[in-house]
Design a protein. Sequence first.
Length: 180
Amino acid sequence: EGAPLLAVCAGFQLLGSHYLAQDGTRIPGLGLLPMRTVAGSERLVGNLLVEADPALRLRQPLLVGFENHSGRTELESGLAPLGRVVRGRGNSGNSGFEGAWAGSVLGTYLHGPLLPKNPELADWWLRAALGRVGQTAELTPLDDSLEEDARLEAITKTLRPDRRSRFRLLGRGLAARRPG
């Protein structure tokens, strides 16, 4: 009914129609998002860097966290991914996408902790929650400088060492350095 929902990892998997375990057991999901998850034989573990879906309108579109899952989540046609994988494996290990969202329901494999490492996403989710109860007032800006420093440090650590020298961090994400 429009209530905001944030689900991470196994919670994300259960937002779909079902989870298919390795032994063939089909575990029903909540059916809130048109997707399904199948157990994989290999765990996908490591740092994860995602360029958020532009429709989320985040000023700082790079999301950072840690993934640790064996499920392979497949989004059905029309379901928007949370974003595009820049570094890491994401939903299925090879789709190039991470997470999913529709309305105020958001699911992801980004552990982190997710919201402290991505304060702008936290603000997006809070605005969705406030909108649910009819409050549309703009949030009072907080000093997120410590969180932003931690986010930028996590992004830097996530980039492969051979790519770090080709990028510079900006207050609004990542930009390639021009030669010369």
